[in-house]
Structures are given as C-alpha cells and as structure tokens.
Write a protein that binds this ligand. Sequence first.
Ligand code: ATP
Ligand code: MG
Length: 259
Amino acid sequence: MLKLENIKKSYDQTVVLDGINLEIQDGEIVSILGPSGCGKTTLLNLILGITDADSGKIIYNGEDMTNLPMEKRGFNIVFQDYALFPNLNVYKNITYGLRNKPDISTKEEVKDLINLLGLREHLSKKIEQLSGGQKQRVALARTMVMKPKILLLDEPLSALDGVIKESIKDRIKTIAKEYHLTTIIVTHDPEEALTLSDRVLIVNEGKIAQFGEPEKIINEPENEFVEKFILNQLRIKKNNIFNLFGGNEGKMERDILVS
Ligand SMILES: Nc1ncnc2c1ncn2[C@@H]1O[C@H](COP(=O)(O)OP(=O)(O)OP(=O)(O)O)[C@@H](O)[C@H]1O
Ligand SMILES: [Mg+2]
C-alpha cells in the first residue's frame, strides 16, 4: 500500500499541494483528475522521488520513502513529454532498461507489448521520425517492460486517437490486473479517468476534492467542484453524442433499456 500523509508543496510562496492524505492499495488503478495547473504532475513527481515535499510523508508497504532517492523506490514513470533517447532507435528505447536486468521481461512479453501498442513496423526508426502518439506509445512500452512496483503515467493517452486509445486503456487495465501492478494515471479527461480506474482522485487547487470509485463520484459528488467541473463536462459530452445520433436523451436511454 502507498500512503501519503499530509503532503505539502509550495513553489515561491505559491501553495501547489496543500495537505494531501491518501492511501492506494496494491494493484489498484487510480486516476488523478483535475484542471491544468492544479498540481497533478507535482504529485506524481513527489511519489516518484524527483521532487521533494516541503512536509509530509510517503510510505510504501510500511517503509518510509520520504527521503529515499528515486532509484531506490522502484517506481517508474511515463513522462508527459516522453523523455525518450533521441540517439537510439525505437526498439533500443523500449528495451533500454532491460540491458542490465534482462530477466524482468521475456522476449515474448516484449514482443507482445510491441505488437499491442502497434509499434512493430517502427522498431528501427529514430525517435525524431515518429508522431506524437507514436512517441507516447514507445514511452509506454519502455516503462511497462520494466514491470515497476508502481507505474506512474502522466497523461499517457492524450495524443492517441480513438480506437488505439481504447485498446491501450484496455491493455493498461489488463497489465495492471495481471501483474497486480499499482498504477497511477494523471489525466484531465473525466471520461478517461472514470472508465479506466478503480478509484479517481479529483484534485482542485492543491486539495483533494473527492477520492472514490467512479460510481460514487457520479452518484454522490461531495462538493460543487466535482458537480460543476467534472460531472457537467460529462453530461455535456453525453448530450452532444446523443444529439449527434439524432435522438433526444430520454429517447436514447429508453432505447438502451429495451434493447
Ligand atoms: N519547478 C517548478 N517551479 C515553479 N513552479 C512550478 C514548478 N513546477 C510546477 N510549478 C507550478 O505548480 C503548479 C502545478 O503544476 P503541475 O505541473 O503540477 O500542474 P498539472 O496539474 O500537472 O498541470 P497540467 O495539467 O497543465 O500538466 C503550477 O502553477 C506550476 O506553474
Ligand atoms: Mg502536468
């Protein structure tokens, strides 16, 4: 279990995280959802160990990790800007971490992941020859082959298109469940957060607005921010899609019920 106790972080007198308390169970998929600038990446960086908190504790399976350097924590991240090696080809990027730890993933597992992420035909390309979405998939593969204790993902799906996005969402879910991998995913998309995760952590202005299961958030929003910012976005999207298919909302819902 990963536990954050009263984490506080400021940059130049500006409070970014203001007393974050939470517990994430092993094998759980948690999304961190909130508007731009609310502190999502900062929270991930604190868990990863590349940013220090001003106060508070980070505890993993009973061990205080607050002052442990990143490489000793055994967590791994897919950065928002991918952070790939430009001088290595796609395959070498994906397998980079396995050079010194070849037993972590079998050749078969690496191949599987490459196929699933649709990267097979790009393996010998240089990073600069890839599109944004392709880079994102390479970054995802590179991190997943290492099977980290905790997988941290910063907006991993934002540059992907519809169909592949859904299949990668499924893959993340399958891998997380299969390997009992604790997965923490940052997103600003409520639909993605609510369909992908076991629980959603909604952050607003450095504080937790609500932390709960998707159904709980939908049915029992705890405050105005969750209601207005998160649920309203979803309702607008839902209505837009219903309208697009030429029905009004009530009729569509009845159709779904009788089919
Ligand atoms: N190294 C830094 N120095 C100073 N201020 C910073 C630093 N990193 C982040 N901040 C500030 O902290 C706040 C939170 O930033 P953070 O990157 O965590 O937001 P975010 O929720 O990930 O946003 P986005 O959705 O746009 O990625 C922002 O106001 C940002 O300007
Ligand atoms: Mg961010």
